[in-house]
Design a protein. Structure first.
Length: 378
């Protein structure tokens, strides 16, 4: 059997990059079994504690894989390949998954492939929606990453912009903690915002200068650290003048303003990428994709003729199904990882062009607008 010959059959995907311990079995386009074990111990600390997360993965992974196989109705002997998240993520958590997958694949003589966590988020929509295929503009928003990219095809990506400091999900978590809303911050702020109205407090919308040309990195990059600081200053002012009771009454409106500020930036940048590329198909990925207001805003902004792909809640957060999906694709095309596969918290995004490299080429060719750019993409 040649390296590119993968026999038909189920593929196991393992995800352990942060605090979700997950395994899934996919056979072709069908998700046969899927288990996600979410760790609750971190809530008391206001965020994920890496050592606690890694130890929990050690305790849970055997059981999670066994449960995924049981739900799939397949035996381990039927598997034809194994995929595991190799990075980015928390190194201790990644090591648990990578070493487990290597031992399992070696013991059963199965091909193994390391998967990039953010590429898996790109594939997540296609687990339940076969139409979620490139080309599309992708907005990946999670606790560790905020990226805007163009997917020309699976494995061929162009980075349009990324955060220069905090990721959007990290900003949600830290702002929620400062307002006393607990962890995880994204759902907590969304719930509080539903009880309030933006506008009572004025927060900045970072890096939204329409005069910046498309070939300037600032056009599509993000920054949320200043917005996070602005919220902290407002909270400090409220507490100093009215105490805890004043803050409690202000939280819904402040949460609504903060959420509106983040969404204004995300939607504006994404729509700018749509106009610049001429691609009106947009895909959301990552934990922040669970924010209903974000999907609603993007859907309305795209309007008729636009297409938006949003993952279901279980596929927006970290999960084994998205890992199995990209693993199957990579194994079918002949990608293999050796037993020297290691966890890499800074694993480079596979198939990603250099930042703004293609933009600089296109900018020397276009006469006006983005016509030359669009022609290169479609």
């Amino acid at each position: 059997m040649g390296e590119r010959d993968l026999p038909p059959g189920p593929v196991l995907g393992i995800e352990s990059s942060c605090d979700e311990c997950s395994a899934a079995i996919m056979e072709g386009p069908r998700l046969l079994g899927h288990v996600i074990a979410t760790q609750d111990a971190h809530a008391a600390f206001g965020g994920v504690v890496p050592e606690i997360a890694a130890r929990a993965h050690l305790r849970q992974l055997d059981r999670v894989v066994a449960a995924a196989l049981e739900r799939s109705g397949r035996e381990a002997e039927a598997l034809v390949g194994v995929g595991v998240t190799a990075g980015p993520g928390l190194v201790g958590s990644l090591l648990v998954g990578v070493n487990w997958a290597k031992a399992f694949a070696f013991g059963r003589g199965l091909p193994l492939v390391g998967v990039h966590h953010m590429e898996a988020h790109l594939f997540a929509n296609s687990v339940e929606n076969p139409g979620a295929e490139p080309p599309f503009v992708a907005l990946l928003v999670s606790g560790g990453h905020t990226m805007l990219l163009l997917a020309r095809a699976w494995g061929r990506y162009e980075l349009l912009g990324q955060t220069r400091d905090d990721a959007a999900g990290e900003a949600f978590d830290k702002v929620a903690r400062r307002m006393g809303l607990g962890w995880p911050g994204g759902p907590a702020i969304e719930r509080a915002a539903a009880r309030g109205s933006p506008g009572r407090f004025e927060l900045p919308r970072p890096m939204l200068d329409p005069s910046v040309p498309d070939d300037d990195p600032a056009a599509f990059d993000f920054s949320f650290s200043g917005l996070k600081t602005a919220v902290a200053l407002v909270v400090e002012e409220i507490e100093s003048s009215g105490g805890a009771e004043a803050l409690e009454s202000a939280v819904p409106d402040l949460a609504a303003e903060f959420q509106a500020a983040v969404l204004d930036v995300l939607v504006h940048k994404t729509l700018r990428a749509v106009r610049a590329t001429g691609c009106r198909r947009v895909l959301l990925g990552g934990g922040v994709a669970r924010n209903g207001a974000l999907a609603e805003r993007l859907r309305g902004a795209l309007g008729q003729g636009g297409e938006l792909f949003v993952p279901s809640p279980r596929l927006a957060t970290d999960n084994g199904a998205m890992v199995a999906r990209v693993a199957a694709w990579r194994l079918e095309r002949g990608d293999r990882s050796g037993l020297d596969l290691n966890a890499d918290p800074s694993l480079p995004f596979p198939g990603l062009e250099a930042v703004h490299e293609a933009w600089s080429v296109a900018s020397t060719r276009r006469g006006s607008g983005s016509g030359a750019r669009t022609a290169a993409i479609i």
